[in-house]
Design a binder for this molecule. Sequence first.
Ligand code: NAI
Ligand code: MG
Length: 393
Amino acid sequence: MASMTVVTMPGDGIGKVVLPESIRLLNAVGFKADYVHGDIGWDFWCSEGNALPDRTINLIEKHKIGLFGAITSKPKKEADAELNPQLRGKGLVYYSPIVTMRQRFNLDICMRPCIAFEGNPLNFIRREGTGFVEPRVNAVIFRQNTEGMYSGIEWTNPPEQVRKAFETHAKWKHFANVPGPDLAVSLRVITRGAAERIIRAAFEYAKTFGYKNVTICEKPNVVRETSGMMETVAKQIAKDFPGIPLWSTNIDAQMMWLTKNPEDYGVVVASNLFGDVISDAFAGLVGGLGFAASGNIGREHAVFEPTHGSAPKYEKLNPSIVNPIAMHLSACMMLDHVGERDKADRIRGAIAQVIKEGKVRTYDMLRLPGGPKVFEKGACTTQQMTDAILARM
Ligand code: NAI
Ligand code: MG
């Protein structure tokens, strides 16, 4: 197989700590790739007024695959205050580089595996009879990444033409007399093409990785048009996958069932906002941010990243305390994506062993408050966690 080039974008804070750790694993497992560094994050907003410089966009455009750590973003006032004084007053506006990246490369499929590792002390447990059981949660959430409730089309005080258009709908009469400044509207958009893409990707994944069902999680009984379209498309696509049953749940009920029977769910697919909610909820059952990996996958480009942010309060700690597993699992997803599943499975297998043995644990796994004292209480460093995984490989 020809060697490929991966654009590595450590970003800010602990992104800079965890991403190099994953490169150690990728090298050790024999993944043949060149790595080129891509600038992204807060520093580039401050110094050049753009958190995702064009040179980084060009690298992703060229090489198609990105591995990303995390970025820092701050509210508007702070963003303006930290901008290079020479650039102030030029109308520069801070945009999240992640959102920009998703839009620029149409990374419409967000995938988040939420898989409980045996022996992870953070796993969800459930009371049963006189004791407790630890359900084997193994769900992969497919969240539509570019439209739905996050279409970005919204107004407070919508313009007159927009109000006119709303008046064509019978239900608008309830809102017709609300003054503009008191009226906020966000538009939920679902397009059939994007719905088909995410739902087909969910079924394909279930087939490839042997999941026993696909659940479409929406609210078609109330949000009849947009959730309705998601469900209709899911039913159509399910016909192409006769061995994989399609379940349909409502988002509210799904949240309740999550703690009742989370082990029953395999692949779960949803539109943007609902997918955002479900993926955080499932991630909470399997250890939270230290374990939550994700992939943003478009037709041609894909970027893999841990779900966590830059954790600025820990960025300066040396040695570092943060858990690199979320980043490692994201790197494994990248390997799956480029057809190197055996290598990904080797890394995941080693991670599973380290967790099961339980001798090497980061502070979050020990439920300790973060800080330099965690080592005295038995926590390992970020690097020691990677070392332990390397030793098992
Ligand atoms: P965060 O994810 O950085 O941290 C939240 C909590 O989780 C903190 O207590 C942190 O210490 C802990 N945590 C995070 N990653 C961990 C790891 N690998 N191991 C152990 N513990 C970990 O979110 P927060 O504090 O809300 O935001 C910090 C900055 O990150 C903000 O500027 C925010 O905008 C940005 N952010 C960036 C994201 C991204 O790059 N995808 C996602 C979320 C936030
Ligand atoms: Mg989220």
